[in-house]
Design a protein around this ligand. Structure first.
Ligand code: FES
Length: 124
């Protein structure tokens, strides 16, 4: 069973609310956080990556060499494909980082939250 209700004015994405093996899924309170400067919502304590996926965010970082997009892969903290800049700190594994109200989550470009074209301009 899924839960696609709205929490007041806050639109929450399609989520699993009941699972045949896990049973009823406990959720924290609905909190807001920032994703690349935009306010979005998730449940306190769920992994940041889960809140982002529920909001439709699939790309978490771009590789330094090929600028290739990466997102959730292992979802258990082993592969580093989900790393992002969280509260100014790069390389945070969002699949194992609990969501807190007011977090500042940014796409990671190489090891920075600055897009590659701006990094090139800044290097001149
Ligand atoms: S998805 Fe592999 S470390 Fe997060």
């Amino acid at each position: 069973m899924t839960d696609d209700r709205n929490d007041g004015e806050k639109k929450m994405a399609h989520r699993i609310s009941e699972h045949p093996i896990l049973g009823n899924i406990e959720k924290g309170r609905c909190v807001s956080f920032s994703y690349d400067g935009k306010e979005i919502y998730g449940y306190e304590g769920e992994p940041v990556a889960v809140a982002l996926k529920a909001a439709g965010v699939m790309v978490h970082r771009y590789t330094k060499k090929g600028h290739s997009p990466r997102g959730i892969f292992c979802a258990i903290g082993r592969c580093t494909d989900c790393v992002m800049v969280v509260d100014g700190i790069p390389n945070i594994r969002t699949c194992i980082t609990p969501l807190k109200e007011g977090m500042d989550v940014r796409t990671q470009y190489g090891v920075s939250d600055m897009p590659f074209d701006k990094q090139r301009e800044a290097a001149r």
